[in-house]
Design a protein around this ligand. Structure first.
Ligand code: NAP
Length: 335
């Protein structure tokens, strides 16, 4: 194992703003290990929408900051208080403390998993955050049943693609939305039974969903778009449905009048976050073990990934926010 340098390259955000604030620097101190931590030499970093929220200042964090919550790489050093990891181990991690857009990251050992044979560091960085989000949504936010009608917005996107794969493996019927003919085709490949253009007017989207479901509506709604689609969600929800609004790609959902949940339908509304589902180490272990099993069985395929250089994180953010991307975006870390 090569010795750990004092300085590293990474994307440092000194002020919040548009993607131009993502600056590549080569003189960032390598983090020192604290109790319970391992130092990971990142190989691949996963790009997630939450990275853009911190970059833009929608979610607050002290500056300067390194964004990024997930990566796959090699353990470079281990704090003496940690057992179960050693230098040279291949690991994936998911850490709400951010700091992944860099060559090295100090991670709580409880947020990392050793990767089994056949699961690459690229796969770990591509699947942990979005895969565990999809898995906890279909288990905890709305436990999907084979008889359900489910609406998945952005069904060709990162979380949306994995949601479609997992939900179709349960046997439920999926209505997906997507923004271009190519994305609509991708959503079908992901397992959506019906696909509607997300560029259609809301009234048209509502009437198509009600027609497809024979007037029943959707029993579960997984919506990562947020502000632009929330009203559609409430309209197309079936009686006793769960409306799960889990993201803000189009902006924050404004405060909701709870009486909108009554209206003869007795709706359940939730706004979950992955990290609150994984607060206990056993929860992370249980769900990550199940996700790896789904990767091995081919339920989650990660068939659609796009790689960028870490130094060019700006292009990845531009494509994600510009609705140009499908599937998972990753950053390759210079070694
Ligand atoms: N709650 C949690 O713990 C959690 C965890 C992970 C992700 N998330 C959320 O899940 C959502 C999806 O994340 P992702 O990384 O997988 O992104 P993504 O779905 O790959 O990208 C966002 C997609 O949203 C759609 N969209 C519709 N209207 C939009 C608008 N006005 N602006 C931007 N996008 C719009 C676009 O798809 P079309 O063009 O096909 O319509 C776009 O490609 C994000 O909101 C993210 O914050 C939440």
């Amino acid at each position: 194992m090569a010795s750990v340098p004092k300085a590293m390259g990474g994307i440092l955000i000194e002020k919040t703003g548009d993607s131009s604030v993502l600056q590549w620097k080569t003189d960032i101190p390598v983090p020192e290990l604290a109790d319970g931590q391992i130092l990971v030499k990142n190989e691949w970093v996963g790009v997630n929408y939450i990275d853009t929220y911190f970059r833009a200042g929608l979610y607050k964090a002290p500056l300067p900051m390194i964004t990024g919550a997930e990566a796959g790489g090699i353990v470079a050093a281990v704090h003496e208080s940690v057992c179960g990891f050693k230098p040279g181990d291949r690991v994936g991690y998911l850490d709400p403390a951010r700091g992944a857009y860099a060559q090295y990251k100090a991670v709580a050992a409880s947020k990392a998993i050793t990767l089994p044979e056949g699961v690459t560091t690229h796969t770990a960085a591509a699947s942990l955050l979005q895969g565990l989000t999809a898995l906890t949504l279909i288990r905890e936010a709305h436990h999907v049943k084979p008889t359900d009608w489910i609406l998945v917005t952005a069904a060709a996107g990162g979380v949306g693609s994995i949601l479609c794969e997992m939900i179709s493996s349960v046997g439920a019927k999926i209505i997906g939305t997507a923004g271009t003919p190519e994305k609509m085709e991708q959503a079908r490949k992901n397992g959506a039974n019906y696909v509607i253009s997300s560029r259609d007017p809301p009234e048209k989207i509502v009437s198509e969903i009600m027609k497809i479901t024979g007037g029943h509506g959707c029993d579960g709604i997984f919506d990562g778009v947020g502000k632009a689609t929330f009203d559609i969600d409430i309209e197309v929800a079936a009686r006793k449905a769960t409306v799960c609004t889990y993201g803000n790609a189009s902006g924050l959902v404004p405060p909701v009048d709870v009486m909108r949940l009554a209206g003869g339908k007795n709706l359940k509304l939730c706004r979950p976050t992955l990290f609150a589902y994984l607060a206990e180490p056993e929860e992370f272990e249980q769900y990550s073990t199940e996700l790896i099993d789904m990767l091995k069985k081919g339920i989650v395929k990660l068939a659609n990934t796009t790689d960028y250089k870490l130094e060019d994180a700006k292009s990845a953010h531009d494509d994600l926010e510009g609705r140009k991307s499908t599937g998972k975006l990753l950053l390759q870390v210079p070694q």
